[in-house]
Design a protein around this ligand. Structure first.
Ligand code: GAR
Length: 206
């Protein structure tokens, strides 16, 4: 049964609450067309690695050795993905930008969750808590999260799913981050993963 599923790698850098949402969703039978086989982190101390280990998922730490190591870094990632027969890559709080060389190898096979309504507060330099700080500074009343395909433009690919979240007057970046995760990210990321896995299987069947 597991053989007929899309093999998924999740790429992380930090706490891994989105990874947890994916693990929980798969356990609950909500990703019937996919199976998480690998978690890759660019940080050895990412708590996400512990979440993966607890769930019995293989992990790999792959780091950039120096600032000009982008292609070596990506080659090492590709080797791991090939070793595990990965067909779908999910960026879940992965804080590195991937080059065109990498993204073009996997067209419509990499998805990312971002914590604002693209095209606002996104692109290079917009990640994690900073996104929520900028949304509050600007004074928007509605924010949210999309899951989108990844191409060479940071946060630039086609949107698969998105959900809006209302901002409260007393929100801080931290309270807003938490609510966007709870109400949007943790809901739409597993949904989008399942949708894309099903589409991959349908395409392969022709
Ligand atoms: C999430 O809010 C995710 O959307 C964001 O980082 C957080 C990771 O949390 N990603 C980005 O900002 C990427 N541009 P997590 O490690 O608990 O899933």
């Amino acid at each position: 049964m597991e053989n007929s599923k899309v093999r998924i790698a999740v790429m992380v850098s930090g706490g891994g609450t989105n990874l947890q949402a994916l693990i929980d969703a798969e356990k609950a039978g909500k990703i019937p067309h996919g199976h998480i086989v690998l978690v890759i982190s660019n940080k050895a101390d990412a708590y996400a690695l512990e979440r993966a280990a607890k769930a019995g998922i293989d992990t790999a730490v792959i780091r950039k050795i120096s600032w000009d190591d982008q292609s070596g870094f990506e080659e090492r990632i590709v080797e791991k993905l090939e070793e595990y027969g990965v067909k779908l890559i999910i960026l879940a709080g992965f804080m590195c930008i991937l080059s065109h060389g990498f993204t073009s190898r996997y067209p419509n096979r990499i998805i990312n969750v971002h914590p604002s309504l693209i095209p606002s507060f996104c692109g290079k330099g917009y990640y994690g808590l900073k996104v929520h700080q900028k949304a509050l500074e600007y004074g928007v009343k509605v924010t949210g999260a999309p899951v989108h395909f990844v191409n060479e433009i940071p946060d630039g690919g086609t949107i698969i799913r998105q959900k809006a979240v209302y901002i409260k007057e007393d929100d801080t970046p931290e309270t807003l981050q938490r609510r966007v995760m709870e109400e949007a990210e943790w809901v739409i990321l597993p949904e989008a993963a399942e949708q894309v896995c099903e589409e991959i299987i349908e395409k392969e069947r022709g």
